[in-house]
Ligand binder design. Structure first.
Ligand code: ATP
Ligand code: MG
Length: 571
């Protein structure tokens, strides 16, 4: 392809609101174009080439693992979502609309219902299972804050796969196969990543893993062990239970006057007691289907922090939101002095597992300026759950090693779903005894368009993109320094033809522009290799550039083809 024929609207200007290198370079390099600044993007020719190359790697590895590609309708009848019970649950991210006949539809944010519907119509017997079907297609999520370009768009390209099995064991086998397949995909794309334990979110089911591209700009916090392989999203991470060396406060049960002690710090200073022995009570409003909501008090040690995703899962809510002091007051709760032991009508209490059978505790008396001391939870029957966020420096639950935080971009997510969708949607098969039973499912996603951004977050420098071999829009860039120089043109043209003949994807920069401008564009576009045909050609020399590290080397012009063959055709 020739630059003079290709639409590559490069720009020096940093787009509005773009802070991440991937967002800036993908727009400045003319890979993508924002549509109205609201999480919608057009892919221009270069961006489409990268997207296709990434999709090709994904497809090749999945096909090799025995998966079959299909393509499902993006517009989805909402009746399927009602059957699964997700129509309400999914919340505002689900874009709902009506057609001219007043039928309800949604734009698929994920396609479990659609795929189950496909399979329930076409599979009858155990003999037709297992099946692993996938598509690489558009998704729409009306994200509350679309941002960072392709990283969190509203419309985006996802590979979504779904597997169907006769047993849990067989689904687990496929889940492990998908983990291995995903590792191959991300390795081929040249990414440094980590597989971590994950929260299963609204999709339900248990046993899920995320594939995190390690990058400072990642939106996810992941907890990793310095000594073993353990890694988990903070939303699912666990550690050894926290302990303290300090003495428990010795006190019989009593109500104590504790003026101006609205915070854990103030209370700890007031009693000279380690926050470990204080109960932190956090009130949230839990939101459910059909506009139903309730106030929940989450109680944990004062030294711990509430992990909201865990808290939300503990009460099976769709979401948790903050509650104002006035709202609390209206139902008889006193902000700053709440405690889990006070019974308030309509308010549920969930304790963190770390408080199970704990004693010598202090908690709010639900009365301004008063706390209870000498609280014991030994033998108390209540709802206990894992609510706390793992902190850096805590000990790994697997090996005792030190846990640290790192940042990751979620590019893949695999779930063991079980019968969460097959049961309500009636996707049954006849087993060997002729009995009708629900299929056991797994589901597997990859953020294909997010991968463009993730690759650049990991591979860029101050001048632009540095595409990995498998994702680059072209393999070679031939830059003619002076398009008025016949000899330069002649060599460029013959090299362009020769390289294309051996299957190398080449972009020929034959524009009339200044050399400096063309060089800047080369660096911005990030194609792995360039040949610069310039003044030195009169001495029989051209310059080869490796984009990674901008390593330059003079090569004899008559040896250039062999030189490039070695660089480009070796794996
Ligand atoms: P996130 O936690 O980042 O919102 P998710 O857990 O909701 O993602 P999944 O339902 O697991 O996403 O979707 C599968 C994959 O699709 C994700 O691993 C991610 O790579 C990609 N993805 C999800 N949401 C978006 C989005 N808004 N824009 C681009 N890619 C996305
Ligand atoms: Mg996910």
């Amino acid at each position: 392809m020739r630059m003079t024929k290709m639409l590559v609207p490069t720009s020096k200007e940093i787009p509005n609101e773009a802070t991440l290198p991937s967002h800036i370079y993908l727009i400045r390099g003319g890979f993508i174009q924002s549509v109205g600044g609201s999480g919608l993007y057009n892919f221009l020719p270069l961006g489409k080439r990268v997207l296709d190359r990434i999709a090709k790697v994904v497809k090749e590895e999945l096909d090799m693992a025995g998966c079959q590609e299909v393509s499902l309708s993006f517009v989805t009848p909402s009746s399927l979502w009602e059957e699964s019970g997700r129509f309400e649950k999914y919340g505002k991210e689900l874009l709902r609309f009506k057609d001219r006949k007043e039928n309800d539809f949604v734009l698929g944010p994920t396609h479990e219902e659609m795929m189950v519907n496909l399979v329930r119509q076409s599979v009858r017997s155990y003999k037709e299972l297992p099946l692993n079907l996938y598509q690489i297609n558009l998704k729409f999520r009306d994200e509350i804050r679309p941002r960072f370009g392709l990283m969190r768009g509203r419309e985006f390209v996802m590979k979504d796969g779904y597997s169907f099995h006769i047993s849990h064991e067989d689904m687990k086998r496929e889940f492990d196969l998908m983990e291995e397949t995903y590792k191959k995909i991300f390795t081929r794309l040249g990414l440094a990543f980590r597989v971590v334990e994950a929260d299963s979110g609204a999709i339900g089911g248990s046993g899920s893993k995320e594939f995190m591209v390690l990058a400072r700009s990642g939106e996810d916090t992941i907890v990793v062990c310095e000594s073993c392989e353990y890694g988990a999203n903070i939303e699912a991470a666990i550690s050894k239970p926290t302990e303290t060396q300090s003495e428990p406060p010795q006190a019989k049960f009593a109500k104590f006057h504790t003026p101006d002690t609205k915070t854990i710090e103030a209370l700890s200073a007031f009693f000279h007691v380690d926050p470990f022995y204080l109960i932190k009570t956090v009130a949230k409003r839990a939101l459910y289907d059909d506009g139903v909501s309730k106030i929940v008090l989450f109680a944990l040690r004062g030294s711990d922090t509430l992990q909201e995703v865990k808290a939300c899962n503990a009460v099976n809510a769709n979401d948790l939101i903050d509650v104002s002091e006035e709202e609390l007051e209206a139902i008889g709760l006193v902000a700053g002095y709440m405690g889990p032991t006070v019974v308030v009508e309509g308010v549920s209490v969930v304790y963190d597992n770390g408080l199970r059978d704990a004693k010598a505790l202090i908690c709010g008396a639900n009365e301004k300026d008063f706390h209870f001391v000498g609280i014991s939870l030994v033998g108390v029957e209540a709802i206990f759950s894992d609510l706390r966020a793992v902190q850096e420096g805590e000990r790994c639950n697997c090996c005792g090693g030190r846990l640290t935080y790192t940042k990751g971009i979620e590019v893949g997510h695999i779930f063991q779903l079980g019968t969460r969708y097959s049961k309500p949607l009636g996707a049954n098969f006849l087993d060997e005894n002729g009995k009708s039973v629900p299929m056991v499912m797994g589901t597997y996603g990859i953020g294909v368009s997010r991968l463009l951004a993730a690759i650049i977050e990991q591979h860029h420098d101050e001048n632009g993109c540095v595409w990995s071999k498998a994702s680059a829009p072209f393999e070679l860039y031939i830059l003619i320094s002076n398009v008025k120089d016949e000899a330069q043109i002649a060599l460029a043209e013959s090299l362009y033809t020769a390289m294309r003949e051996i299957g190398v994807e080449v972009l020929l920069d034959d524009r009339k522009d200044r050399f400096g401008a063309k060089m800047n564009d080369y660096e911005l576009l990030g194609i792995p290799y360039a040949v610069v045909i310039g003044k030195k050609l009169s001495e029989g020399v051209v310059e080869c550039i490796m984009r990674k590290g901008l390593i330059k080397e003079d090569v004899a012009s008559d040896a250039i083809i062999d030189y490039l063959k070695v660089r480009l055709l070796s794996c």
